[in-house]
Design a protein around this ligand. Structure first.
Ligand code: XMP
Length: 517
């Protein structure tokens, strides 16, 4: 890609992704690379600017991440943030010490000199602006040639700059929302200081990617596992636009999809859809139900569903024969995260990670590996994929299998599909879907006594779940309107045979998880 680019050099900070996102919000392309990236590589990459992220270490600890000080002589503008600012100070002869008092959270910063970074910032009578601090070390003395451009009562060098060398540093985090004028500062850095034009647009990404895919693939054959989720759909359409019928998409309908979902995917990607590609739908529901009969343990269910997916896909891949490329819907957060330590397995996630071992292919293609989720959606709209598909809520690989507590039967699948459909319909009608991170119905394994007409019933209870979340790592139960809940409850108990009770899940994550199994 020959776009103007900002390089984010990652020193282990928790906000590294956020910095990249903010830069892209300035319409400037940006990549995150580990601080171990060689100087030669950086030179070859020729970024228009470099940002050093924060990080948990102390620069004077010999084991902490450092960088060859020759980077400051490349003539490329650099912005150091938090640890990155301390590293800049330390490497250029300034002094970094443990601060007498750590600063954490909202902090009023006084701007002493409105340099290019602070242009249009803190324009009030105190020249102050609220910033987000999170540090225990600080720059006690700026290196020679630098001027102090901001301070706080605790922090003598909240920001410094050497304008002649285009080196800038902030002790606070401009990338987080709590830094009220942070976006302006980042925009000043990438636009004014680095001179980026800010012409990174989704349309240009789409056009360039299609061209590049076409060149790379030539006459090759490509295989893609299509789930109907936004990532694999956008990847499939990019490839279809690039190479048409050289692409085969295999869509495994495991019988655990939401109501009508299999047909909806077929409508978009199948022979009557708008795209040129080979579409293979495998209706494997019976196979899955047979394997899952009598199984109640959540992890065993997940494993069976995951393994069966691989087997079904393997069979289809064999029919197609050897291919040149296998598509993976990896997106940028996965790429950035993959370098980090693994946390404890709470649930074994089912994705297509196991595919490479069963498909005869030469290379993997990941057309979305540089995009954040919202950018994938933008690319999807740009490519003409229907909005209902582009804005589809996240749906777990094992599907309704993890929304039916205990044993899975076709009858239970029907109940949860119908209830979920009603729930989604009413939430959409009420126009409240956009605020919710995720919402769905699950079937509890609880049966209870009820009365319908003059008859006793002994039927299942549906649990409704709706959460506010932005990262899906933590979530809060949504305060759904009582009217909507009542409407949904009435419809479910009246319309879904086998259900006589509806419950609402008020649990957050933690301690709950979003899904039930
Ligand atoms: P939990 O239940 O772990 O869910 O709080 C967090 C998010 O991940 C989704 N999820 C999955 N996605 N394969 C997936 O691709 C899975 O096995 C899986 N399990 C959970 C869940 O829907 C939520 O968005």
């Amino acid at each position: 890609m020959n776009h103007e680019m900002i390089l984010v050099l990652d020193f282990g900070g928790q906000y590294n992704q956020l910095i990249a996102r903010r830069v892209r919000e300035c319409n400037v392309y940006c990549e995150v690379h580990p601080y171990t990236m060689a100087l030669e590589q950086i030179r070859a990459m020729a970024p228009k600017g470099i940002i050093f992220t924060g990080g948990p270490n102390s620069v004077y600890d010999p084991a902490s991440p450092h960088y060859d000080p020759a980077i400051f002589d490349l003539g490329i503008p650099i912005l150091g943030i938090c640890y990155g600012s301390q590293l800049m100070a330390y490497s250029l002869g300034g002094t970094v010490e443990t601060a007498p008092v750590s600063e954490y959270g909202h902090t009023e910063v006084t701007v002493d000199k409105r340099d290019a970074l602070f242009e249009g910032v803190a324009e009030n009578k105190n020249s102050s602006t609220v910033c987000w601090m999170s540090h225990t070390d600080y720059i006690a003395k700026a290196p020679e040639g630098f001027i102090i451009t901001a301070h706080t009562p605790v922090c003598p060098v909240a920001a410094m700059a050497c304008e002649a060398r285009k080196l800038y540093a902030t002790q606070f985090h401009p990338e987080v929302m709590h830094t009220e004028e942070g976006f302006r500062m980042l925009q000043n850095f990438v636009r004014r200081i680095c001179g980026c034009a800010g012409d990174w647009r989704m349309s240009s990404f789409v056009d360039t990617t299609i061209r590049e895919l076409r060149e790379r693939i030539g006459n090759g054959r490509v295989l893609c596992a299509l789930s109907g989720g936004v990532d694999s759909s956008v990847a499939a359409v990019l490839l279809s636009k690039a190479i048409g019928k050289q692409l085969t998409c295999v869509f495994v309908d495991h019988g655990l999809l939401r109501k009508n979902e299999g047909d909806e995917v077929e409508e978009v990607f199948g022979p009557n859809g708008a795209y040129e590609l080979n579409f293979v739908r495998v209706n494997a529901a019976e196979r899955y139900y047979a394997k899952l009969a009598g199984v109640t343990d959540p992890e065993t269910k997940r494993k069976i569903i995951g393994e069966e997916f691989i087997r079904v896909f393997e069979e289809e891949a064999k029919k197609i024969g050897a291919v040149d490329y296998l598509v993976q819907g990896t997106i940028y957060p996965d790429v950035i995260e993959s370098g980090l330590g693994k946390s404890a397995v709470i649930k074994s996630h089912h994705n297509v990670g196991g595919l490479p071992s069963v498909v005869d292919f030469k290379e993997i293609i990941e057309p979305l590996r540089m995009l954040f989720k919202d950018e994938v959606r933008k690319a999807g709209l740009e490519l003409g994929i229907p909005a209902r598909l582009v804005y589809r809520q996240p749906f777990p690989g094992p599907g309704l299998g993890v929304r039916i507590i205990g044993e899975i039967t076709p009858e239970k699948v029907r109940m949860v599909q119908e209830a979920d459909y009603i729930y989604r319909e009413e939430v959409e009608k009420a126009g409240i879907g956009k605020e919710l991170g995720q919402y769905f119905a699950a079937l509890t394994n609880m049966r209870s006594v009820g009365v319908m007409g003059d008859f006793r019933t002994y039927d299942y209870a549906i649990a409704l779940r709706a959460v506010y979340t932005s990262d899906f790592m933590t979530a809060e139960a949504a305060r759904l309107s009582w009217d909507v809940l009542m409407k949904v409850t009435n419809r479910i108990v009246n319309e879904v045979k086998g259900v006589n009770r509806v419950l609402y899940d008020c649990t957050g994550k933690p301690p709950g998880t979003i899904e039930f199994e």
